[in-house]
Design a protein around this ligand. Sequence first.
Ligand code: NDP
Length: 474
Amino acid sequence: MQHYKMTIGGQSVDTENKFAVINPAKGQHFATCALATTTEVDAAVKAARQAFTEWSKRPDGERQHLMHEIAQLLETNMPELAQLITQETGKPLNGLNGVGANMELMGSIGWSHVTADIELPIDIIQDNDDAYVQAYRKPLGVVASITPWNWPLMIAIWHVIAALRVGNTVVIKPSENSPLSTARFVELANTVLPSGVLNVVTGFGDLGQALVSHDDVNKVVFTGSTETGKKIMASASGNLKRLTLELGGNDAAIVLPDVDVKAIAPELFGAAFHNNGQTCACLKRLYVHEDIYDSLCDELAALAKQIKVGDGLESDTQLGPLQNEAQLQQVMGLAASIENSGGRILAGGHRIERDGFFFEPTVVADLTNGTPLVDQEQFGPILPVIKVTDAEQGLELANDSQNGLGGSVWSANSEIATELAQRLECGTAWVNSHGDVQPDAPFGGVKQSGVGVEFGRYGLEECTSLHTLKIKRA
Ligand code: NDP
């Protein structure tokens, strides 16, 4: 059985204790990983701090070049990394609408290249006989990154490349449910990066807490649950660490009556069910105008019944298992609440009786706000479709949430849809699509979906502090 080690200060580091990593398609472990303690956390932060002095002074062009080299390493090692992602997350290699481990690799490569090329130019505020004044960006220091199990490599890339690109050093702690692709990525990146610039610690228990409360860490970037995000925010206050938090979504979509139901049903289905609904910006509440409610419900239920669910290593699998047992239990709990809430299951509704953490793609009608499946983020393959009488009611119900990550409006009239989309209380609003993020556009949540943004110039800026320089001339 393959064993994966950490990389700290450029060295491969193993521990006496190790933990098992489970393949959720089988419910059995297939590899082991080094189990860090706070000693390794301290060592990783120390290595990152030592490396910061030299790395932060490197010419920008050199760091850009190295980020491109990392992208190239991902490309060269794509088959190995994609297989590892499928084994540790359960997601298919290709999957529904092409959303799977191979896409995760392609996205990681693309994000690295685009982020490498983004510039943060100096802002010259005054340049005359009296004075020269400029505002410019400096790296923060050591960035701690805590990443989740749904897109382990892609989110690691989102956190790491932006931080390194502008001169920070990084300690990353992946989820204990899916640490392997990150451990391997860091090992590969260390073949081109100077020692200590990028470090990884693996394990669970109190490692995250140790990292985010460490006095020598200057920023935390976290993707995960709102509950843990709040704890991180409290822990980070010790030395006023900067924070970027990408938290729970529970994204709503509003469908107006003028749509072509048959044409948009597969798109809505893909937006809700890709990666088994385990994406922060998956569509999780679908508000549909009463005129087309029944026909859209029928289309979605038919799609759910056709989907091939199975082991992600099999080439025709569209959806894999839930990533972990706890997530399966969460989905089963919400499914159990449907009947009491007055819901009607149109497709699915049950655990699939086989090894692993499989659940049927499930479409539910007749629920509304105030029921568990609508109010709580399901993070699984179970979509509530909610009937509304008009667009304003759809908007009101969509905004009636503590979350505000993404949202969308679907209509043949893009002017009307755009006006409505701009009133959605969320960080990103889409018209006639949902969840498609890109490396040059900011992405982040409002309300309890997060703090700050990632991607593009705005995301890079969050990895820096703003400095002002004034040179008196007269
Ligand atoms: P969490 O959000 O609880 O995150 C777990 C990670 O956070 C681990 O690496 C853990 O490390 C670390 N952590 C936990 N407590 C603290 C703390 N106080 N300070 C610092 N780090 C901490 O994820 P779960 O896997 O438990 O998933 C829970 C729910 O989160 C899911 O059901 C889903 O709804 C949502 N989720 C959202 C995602 C998104 O993309 N927004 C992704 C994945 C899950 P350690 O064990 O060392 O403490």
